[in-house]
Design a protein around this ligand. Structure first.
Ligand code: 6R9
Length: 572
């Protein structure tokens, strides 16, 4: 179905003047010249993110604003440089070397960011973990990566099976009380006795710096490895997609346990020398609007699940706060339902700019730019320097509107360099020569906009029609009673599959057979008869990952009584 809805350009953006022209002429080499690598042949991404600004006279600028219910602190670029240097000295003292894996398992506090930067400064590989992980999830990741050091808190240490992890030799505790035994170190005491100056370890741009574990639908999570070179992409997408400028107050709402929280919660803002807001504590609509108001946030990057929850919290709440400082709003992680885009425009007065990428791609590849019309429901167009296409299984490019494999021509600066100890898995992404095959299905329209349909495993085949679950879910959330929806295909002897929808209702609505029928008719009349869910089930909550993605495979496993696979990334 052709979509004719358009949202015109609002602010025109600041950094990227003309998308079409830039796309036609851009070369990544232009960006590389801005960093030390270009002059010396060596680089360090943490140096480029923090220390470089101190050397360029921006040491007293605020780099980090940390806000949590019980703690509020700010750090300048100089302070972050010094503290991360001190942490780096601690690692050096205990014998951590270039290439060693250092994991961080702790709540979002400034210490997390200091540890992250300090690890990279000595050329070690950092692995951030969600604080909510339970023992099995922590074990899998530390075991697979053979981590030698871990930064954590005394409380979270209870979930680390230290005795079963032979490689793990050093535990650095944030907030430890009293004397510690061998192999345990107090973060605060050790930093206090470390010098604030450090010569970073200069590495090759291809040297690894970061591992993110991401789960596939089956099997154990995979350790996706990124190199220092990824910063080229973080920096440039920060400029052209986030539209970051000198005076911005930037807030990326997500945790560094998810790749968005590192590429865009650490690198993009700091490589661009911008003030970065980090909020600790749990999601609450009140606190979020308060954060925007209090710090006068200008650029706000979040995820569809959060925007849907803010939408469900209603318009009246928004009116209680002054969020007029916000200039630019962005979303990633899941398809951004058109209804959410419309709501954002109506209530915030702002366009929400959807963009697409993956842990494996390391940075944004497809996006809506400030100076481009938005077609609600579309992920936008490829970033300059990126060629994206829809391929059939043989690698032929498909014409507009045909659904197929979303694929990207290799390489680009932030593409993953390997999957830790799993070369077979790595190769699967490159099964079509010259291309990275994402595993997502999508189509492209005649203007070059990309439209997400679902993970390939999620596409539903009902009575011979291929239906992407996203289209159905987006129509469902347009119904006033629906807060969130997850749609799956359920095997059916007659139709191949039928569409089943799991729905959580907005406050004030009660489940009933009449409501089911009303919702079914709503989709039937506004989308297509074949796309209307034959079955509807109401749920208090839908299963989601910690990054907020609805887990359709879990819905499907529950429905069909199948094994659910790895659940370590599921929220409580
Ligand atoms: C950054 C991140 C990647 C998967 C990806 C796709 C889904 C991400 C999306 C989107 C529709 C968007 N996804 N952005 N789907 N529209 N704008 O999310 O990385 O956690 O590895 O997930 O998320 O299915 O393949 P990751």
């Amino acid at each position: 179905m052709k979509n004719t809805e358009r949202i015109p350009v609002q602010t025109n953006g600041n950094n990227l003047q003309n998308y079409e022209e830039t796309y036609a002429s851009f070369d990544w080499k232009q960006v590389e010249q801005e960093f030390s690598w270009y002059k010396t042949g060596k680089v360090n991404a943490a140096y480029e993110a923090i220390d470089r600004h101190v050397e360029q006279g921006k040491g007293e600028k605020t780099a980090l604003i940390y806000s949590a219910p019980d703690r509020e602190e700010t750090y300048t670029f100089r302070q972050l440089k010094e503290k991360s240097n001190q942490f780096a000295h601690l690692l050096k003292r205990i014998g951590i070397h270039k290439g060693d894996r250092v994991f961080i398992f702790m709540p979002r506090t400034p210490d997390l960011y200091v540890s992250f930067l300090g690890t990279i400064k000595i050329g070690a590989i950092v692995g951030p973990l969600f604080e909510a992980f339970m023992e099995a999830a922590v074990r899998d990741r530390l075991e697979n990566s053979e981590a030698v050091a871990l930064v954590t808190t005394p409380t979270l240490l209870e979930r680390v099976p230290v005795d079963d992890l032979p490689h793990l030799k050093h535990i650095i505790l944030v907030g430890a009380k009293g004397e510690l035994t061998d192999g345990y170190y107090s973060f605060e005491k050790e930093l206090a006795k470390s010098p604030t100056e450090l010569e970073p370890v200069w590495v090759d741009r291809e040297d690894p710096m970061l591992i993110h574990y991401t789960s596939g639908s089956t099997g154990k999570p995979k350790g996706v490895v990124h190199a220092h070179n990824a910063m080229i992409q973080h920096y440039q997408t920060g400029k052209w997609v986030l539209d970051l400028q000198e005076g911005d107050i930037y807030w990326c709402t997500v945790d560094p346990g998810w790749v968005t929280g590192t590429s865009y919660g650490i690198f993009a803002p700091w490589l661009n020398g911008v003030t970065n807001v980090v909020r600790g504590g749990r999601f609450s609509p009140d606190d979020w609007y308060q954060t925007l108001e209090k710090y006068k946030v200008t650029v706000w990057y979040s995820a569809p699940t959060a925007f849907r929850m803010l939408m469900a919290a209603g318009e009246d709440l928004v009116k209680k706060y002054d969020i007029s400082s916000v200039r630019h709003v962005l979303s990633v992680g899941e398809p951004l339902n058109p209804e959410v885009v419309r709501w954002g425009l109506q209530v915030y007065g702002k366009r929400i700019h959807d963009n697409w990428w993956m842990t494996e791609t390391g940075g944004i590849l497809i996006s809506n730019y400030p100076q481009m019309e938005i077609k609600p429901g579309s992920m936008g167009k490829p970033f300059p320097g990126i060629y994206a296409a829809i391929l059939d299984d043989q690698g032929n490019e498909l014409p507009p509107y045909e659904m197929g494999n979303l694929a990207i021509k290799t390489p680009w600066p932030s593409i993953m360099r390997k999957i830790w100890k799993n070369p077979e898995k790595y190769q699967e992404y490159f099964r079509i020569p010259g291309w990275y095959v994402s595993g997502d299905s999508a189509y492209k329209d005649e203007d070059g906009y990309f439209w997400f349909q679902g993970r390939l495993d999620d596409v539903i085949n009902t009575s011979g029609e291929r239906v992407g679950p996203f289209e159905v879910e987006s129509k469902l959330v347009e119904h006033p009673a629906v807060a969130e929806a997850g749609v799956i295909g359920k095997p059916d002897p007659l139709r191949g599959e039928i569409i089943k929808a799991f729905i959580s209702l907005r406050a004030g609505y009660k489940p009933s057979e009449e409501l089911k029928e009303e919702i079914r008719q709503f989709v039937k009349t506004r989308l297509a008869a074949h796309a209307a869910p034959r079955e509807i089930e109401f749920k208090d909550k839908l299963p989601k990952t910690r990054s907020g993605k609805i887990m359709r495979r879990v819905l499907k496993a529950w429905e069909l009584d199948l094994p659910v696979g790895d659940l370590s990334t599921m929220e409580d």
